[in-house]
Design a protein. Structure first.
Length: 150
C-alpha cells in the first residue's frame, strides 16, 4: 500500500526535458517592399513612378540556438502605369546569428538574375512568436540594408 502512494509521486515529479534537438529545418514565405534602389545613376524610391514588390521564399537550416544557415529566393515584380513585369530573381544564401540579446543578425550574399550582386545585412527581432502552424514564421520587423553593385 505504501508503494502505491509513492509511485504516482515519482512519476509526476519528473522534470520535463526542454532541450531542443538540432538540426532543424524551417521554411518561410514573406512579402518585401523595398524602400529605395541605389545605383550609380542615382536613387529610385518605391512609389515614385512605379511600385516594386518581392516575395521571398526560403529554408533555414537551424544548427543550434546560436547559428543557422539560410537559402532564400525572391522574385521581384515592378508595376507602373502601363504594365507589370518580373524584374529579377534574387538568390540570397546566408548565415543567421541567432538570439543575440533577443535579436537575430543575418548576413547574406545577393545574386540577382538582372546582373546585380552584393550583400545584405539584416537585424530582426520576433515581436509575436506563436507556433500555431509549423510552417508559419513569427512576425518580424526588419531593418535591412541591401548593397547591390552593377
Amino acid at each position: 500500500m505504501l508503494l502505491s502512494f509513492l509511485t504516482p509521486k515519482i512519476v509526476f515529479s519528473q522534470v520535463e526535458n526542454k532541450e531542443t534537438n538540432y538540426p532543424k529545418i524551417k521554411n518561410y514565405f514573406s512579402i518585401m517592399h523595398p524602400i529605395a534602389t541605389i545605383t550609380k545613376d542615382g536613387n529610385h524610391f518605391n512609389f515614385d513612378g512605379s511600385y516594386t514588390v518581392g516575395f521571398p521564399v526560403g529554408i533555414n537550416f537551424l544548427q543550434s540556438d546560436k547559428i543557422a544557415y539560410s537559402i532564400e529566393f525572391a522574385p521581384m515584380i515592378s508595376f507602373n502605369d502601363r504594365a507589370s513585369r518580373v524584374t529579377g530573381l534574387l538568390f540570397h544564401p546566408g548565415v543567421i546569428y541567432r538570439n543575440i540579446g533577443g535579436f537575430n543578425f543575418l548576413t547574406r550574399l545577393a545574386f540577382n538574375t538582372n546582373g546585380r550582386y552584393g550583400f545584405t545585412a539584416v537585424i530582426n527581432r520576433p515581436i509575436i512568436k506563436k507556433e500555431l502552424i509549423s510552417s508559419l514564421r513569427p512576425f518580424r520587423l526588419d531593418s535591412a540594408m541591401i548593397y547591390l553593385f552593377q
